[in-house]
Structures are given as structure tokens and as C-alpha cells.
Design a protein around this ligand. Structure first.
Ligand code: ADP
Ligand code: ADP
Length: 226
């Protein structure tokens, strides 16, 4: 697991202040949900961690080291990213989709390892040879999670990972991800617009509004209205 620290992080797009001063520490091993209205800055905050977005001012530290000064390849291996739109490559088989991250940095995953990753998300290892279009939406998002875990990360970042799924599939996959978080000793940061999901899965719920964190509570405190 890895710790994360945001030190006075701001992000300004042309006219929009997407992040208006974020100071935040996320402890290694915690499962944090980030909720808030559309446009409140959740995706931007997530993207400053893996450097899809550079802060305008301030710093993001991963294990006390500024992410901008770390080797980008090593750092990206340390984190897995699950996208909102699943984003599997349609012409590549499931196994190739899972192996793409490690392959880009010169690691070839064995068939066994790919099968193991599929089993982690409750899929049949034989699915490795299928094309994404042959899978249901829920199965595809499971593959998305397996792909995020392929580099054996310390940190799992998820941007509305279950938003497009039906409620039953969403609950099952959410529970599975929480279980993997615990078993693989990850630090997990999940963006969701679903407060119920945040309360069930997370140890800590952050609420964003207009680029700021306006609440930072345990699920127990939020559920009791405190
Ligand atoms: P959320 O994930 O909470 O919906 P975002 O981080 O996507 O919020 O967006 C925060 C604000 O920044 C919004 O006003 C959005 O329109 C704006 N924004 C996000 N990305 C860009 C971009 N690449 N260029 C300009 N504005 C952006
Ligand atoms: P997602 O569904 O993954 O949250 P979005 O629809 O929010 O994606 O945004 C898709 C892409 O467009 C992202 O890279 C985001 O940074 C960018 N973006 C979001 N809002 C704006 C905006 N107002 N102007 C320009 N780019 C934006």
C-alpha cells in the first residue's frame, strides 16, 4: 500500500478553477471514496495522482515523494487505474488487454498470471482468448479491474468504475473490489456519485464541491447524520 498527500493543490483550466486548494493525506491501506456533483473536480483530483493532469500550483506526494519528480514508468506501475468507460481495446483479446500495461514497460505476463488475474475478479481463465465484444458490460468492467491489478500496484485509482452497470452487477463487483483491496493490501481511491456505494465500501468519504473538499467523514459519522 502507498500513502498520498496533496499539498495546496490547485488546477486551473482556461476559465475554470477545477481544484481550488486541496490539502489532504490518505493513509496507506485506506479505502477512500470521493463523491460530489458533476463538475466538482473529482476526476481532475484523481488525474493529478497519475499525472494525466499537472497541478497549476501545489504538489502531490506518493509515499512522501513528489509525483512529478519520480520516474513516470515506475510510478505508473505502482498504480492501477480503472476508467469510467471501460476502455478495453476492441480488437485485442481479453488476455492481451490485461497484459498491455506490463507489456508497455517490457514485462510479458504468463498465461498463468493472466488466468490468476481473471480469477481474482471471478472470471473463467478461459475468457482470456475472447474478444471484449463477446462479454457483458459487467464482465468487461471486471476485466478493467483485472487490467488495473496486472502490474501488482500499491494504489488503485477508480473513476466511477461501476456507474454504467446494473445495480446487482454493481453491488457484486463493488464487494469484490473491497475484498481485493483488503487481500492485496492496496490503497484505494474511488470516485463515485453514489453515496450509498461510498458508505458501504469506503473507510472514509470525501465530499467535493467547486474544487474543494467540503466534508471528510467516516461512513458511520455520515450515516448517523454527524
Ligand atoms: P467531476 O469529475 O467532479 O465531474 P471534473 O474534474 O471532470 O469534475 O471537472 C471539474 C471542472 O473542470 C468542470 O468544470 C469541468 O468542466 C472542468 N474541466 C475538466 N477537464 C477539463 C479540461 N480538460 N479542460 C477544461 N475544463 C475542464
Ligand atoms: P469521464 O466520463 O471519463 O469523466 P468526461 O466526459 O468528464 O470523462 O471528460 C472527458 C475528457 O474531456 C476528460 O479528459 C476531461 O478532462 C475532458 N473535459 C472535461 N470537461 C471538459 C471541458 N469543460 N472542456 C474541455 N475538456 C473537458
Amino acid at each position: 500500500a502507498a500513502s498520498l498527500t496533496f499539498d495546496s493543490v490547485t488546477k486551473r483550466y482556461d476559465t475554470t478553477e477545477a481544484l481550488a486548494g486541496i490539502d489532504l493525506t490518505i493513509e496507506a491501506g485506506s479505502f477512500v471514496a470521493l463523491v460530489g456533483a458533476s463538475g466538482s473536480g473529482k476526476s481532475t483530483l484523481l488525474k493529478t495522482i497519475n499525472r494525466l493532469v499537472e497541478p497549476t500550483t501545489g504538489r502531490v506526494l506518493l509515499d512522501d515523494e513528489d509525483v512529478t519528480t519520480r520516474d513516470a514508468t515506475a510510478m505508473r506501475r505502482q498504480m492501477g487505474y480503472v476508467f469510467q468507460r471501460i476502455g478495453l481495446f476492441p480488437h485485442m483479446r481479453v488476455g492481451e488487454n490485461i497484459a498491455i500495461g506490463p507489456r508497455l514497460v517490457g514485462d510479458n505476463l504468463s498465461r498463468e498470471r493472466i488466468g490468476e488475474l481473471l480469477e481474482l475478479v471471478d472470471l473463467d481463465p478461459a475468457m482470456a482468448s475472447r474478444l471484449p465484444e463477446e462479454l457483458s458490460g459487467g464482465q468487461q468492467q471486471r476485466v478493467g479491474v483485472a487490467r488495473a491489478l496486472a502490474g501488482d500496484p500499491d494504489l488503485l485509482l477508480m473513476d466511477e468504475p461501476f456507474g454504467a452497470l446494473d445495480p446487482v452487477t454493481r453491488d457484486a463487483l463493488g464487494t469484490r473490489v473491497r475484498d481485493l483491496h483488503d487481500r492485496l493490501e492496496l490503497t484505494t481511491l474511488m470516485v463515485t456519485h453514489d453515496m450509498a456505494e461510498a458508505l458501504i465500501l469506503a473507510d472514509r468519504v470525501l465530499v467535493m464541491d467547486a474544487g474543494k473538499i467540503v466534508a471528510d467523514e467516516t461512513p458511520q459519522a455520515l450515516a448517523s447524520g454527524g
